[in-house]
Design a protein around this ligand. Structure first.
Ligand code: GLA
Length: 507
């Protein structure tokens, strides 16, 4: 990755109490190949029994086509290509929902898979199965210091906090679960003291909560955990290169429903991203064909080699920029905005296929309630994946209310899957417009990037609407009534106002 990351990771190591002096190559600024960075002493003691609750194969789908909506595009894309369809697959731990990972979302929809989608029993999300994935991922708050208990704790909190009820589904194990070891047959081996019962045990536990499970690897030989260790020893060979079919079949057999594939090795080795990720997509399809379990495929090559130009047909989501935060750093609104801007590739996006500005940092220490709201609004207006990255077991009520706001989530998850686009920019006083399903409905973000409070005006003509429209302030949950031609409001510096604008007079 880049020097920014390098420096940030050095900062992180200090945060862990390591520092470069103990850390081999990291201090050198080299590519890290040579290093044998510090053994950070993860020191976790995993005490729980492995098998947890044993999952509930009949947990019922979260998803399905419950929300219906225009042309039932939800059910359709849930059911196209991938999904492997089959009602059987749907019956397992809540499948049936978000099929269509690498399929041609939104097309067709007939056939068995549609049945599978419908078979979901209107699970927690009850929403749009081809919407941007919603869940939580371990990286932003835990870096590589993860084990069974960490993930279990956050999965439990996803339920108890109300995030599951609000539509969050995926519990994603990011880097740190695997130190790169394999047995003589090339099968991945893991540290059983960290993951009692193996990785299938945590997937089973997550499924038992009615949630879905995600896992992580790298497209190259050595993963990010080799080049930039954060809390564990540097892990050579912690990538899947040379083992794509074997590893993705393994993930599927373990029960994972989502896989994020990073690019540290791929980048260092100079791989062609489209070729590598296509091979991975093929391996995932093949695995799904064998197991009946679909997997969301998350391409994570940070916008290198313009993934928006090739990733949509092969994946559900593709990162468009560098990391939104480096562990140990404080959340920074400037990075949120940079990542938001970098994700603007509206023509690449469609139901089931999303630009990914990175996981959320909503609720991480250092962000104010207003910053959390703006960050969430920026992702919602983008129709971006909503993968929380904060600690779910200790979040404030404010954070919970931001992450679970049903109107904001509905904007993000809108069935059309559109990305909001900038329609006006008056020296940093910006207006973004997201076309929503239904008739004459728009989500609008008024974003003030200037150093002082400013009045921002949205002209209805810029939204493609007629002269009269009714306006609702989303975070305030307040209807503002009918307006003629435009609506103007004062927006604090570096803050935003999120609206829904509907053509016609208010009832
Ligand atoms: C990269 C990714 C992050 C995270 C880390 C893990 O930086 O972009 O999202 O997965 O690797 O090391």
């Amino acid at each position: 990755m880049n020097s920014v990351r390098h420096n940030a990771v050095a900062t992180l190591l200090f945060a862990f109490g390591l520092g470069c002096s103990s850390g081999g190559s990291l201090g050198s600024g080299s590519d890290g190949k040579a290093g044998s960075p510090a053994t950070a002493g993860v020191g976790s003691t995993v005490s729980t029994g492995a098998s947890a609750s044993g999952g509930n194969p009949d947990a019922g789908g979260s998803g399905g086509a419950s929300s219906g909506g225009p042309s039932d595009s939800g059910g359709a894309s849930g059911g196209t290509t991938v999904g492997g369809g089959s009602t059987a697959a749907a019956g397992q731990d809540g499948g049936g929902g978000r099929g269509g990972t690498s399929g041609t979302a939104g097309t067709g929809g007939a056939g068995t898979n549609n049945t599978a989608g419908a078979a979901g029993t209107a699970g927690a999300d009850g929403g749009n199965p081809s919407g941007p994935p919603m869940g939580w991922a371990s990286w932003n708050s835990f870096a590589a210091k993860i084990d069974y208990n960490v993930i279990k704790g956050q999965a439990d909190a996803m339920v108890s906090s109300g995030l599951k009820a609000a539509g969050y589904q995926y519990v994603n194990v990011d880097e740190g679960w695997w130190q790169g070891t394999r047995d003589a047959s090339g099968n991945i081996t893991i540290v059983e003291s960290d993951w009692p019962g193996g990785m299938q045990a945590i997937a089973t536990y997550i499924h038992g909560l009615g949630l879905k499970a995600g896992i992580y690897t790298d497209a190259g030989n050595d993963g990010c955990g080799f080049y930039y260790p954060t809390g564990r020893p540097a892990a050579p060979k912690s990538g899947s290169e040379g083992h794509y079919e074997q590893d993705f079949l393994q993930f599927s057999k373990w029960g994972f429903d989502f896989v994020k594939v990073d690019w540290c090795g791929g980048s260092k080795e100079g791989l062609d991203a489209k070729t590598a990720y296509q091979a991975i997509s093929n391996a995932i399809k093949k695995a799904t064909d064998q197991t009946g379990r679909s997997m969301v495929f998350s391409v994570c090559n940070w916008g290198d080699q313009s993934p928006w130009s090739w990733a949509p047909p092969m994946s559900t989501m593709w990162r468009t920029s560098q990391d939104i935060i480096y562990y140990g750093d404080a959340p920074d609104m400037a990075r949120v905005l940079t990542n938001f801007d970098s994700a603007q590739h509206p023509t690449a996006q469609s139901p089931g296929h999303f630009n990914d500005p990175d996981m959320l940092i909503v609720g991480m220490p250092g962000f104010s309630a207003a910053q959390n709201r703006s960050h969430m609004a920026l992702w919602a207006i983008s129709g971006a994946p909503l993968l929380a990255g904060n600690k779910l077991d200790s979040m404030s009520r404010d954070t919970t209310s931001v992450l679970t706001n049903s109107e904001v989530i509905a904007i993000d998850q809108d069935l059309l899957g559109k990305q909001g686009v900038k329609v006006a920019d008056d020296a940093g006083r910006q207006v973004y417009n997201k076309v929503l399903s239904g008739t004459g409905r728009r989500a609008v973000l008024l974003l003030n990037r200037t150093a002082s409070a400013a009045t921002i005006t949205v002209r209805f003509a810029d939204l493609g609407l007629g002269t009269t429209a009714s306006v609702r302030n989303v975070w305030a949950a307040t209807d503002l009534g009918s307006k003629a031609t435009s609506y103007a409001v004062s927006v604090p510096s570096n803050d935003s106002v999120l609206l829904v604008v509907t053509e016609g007079a208010s009832p």
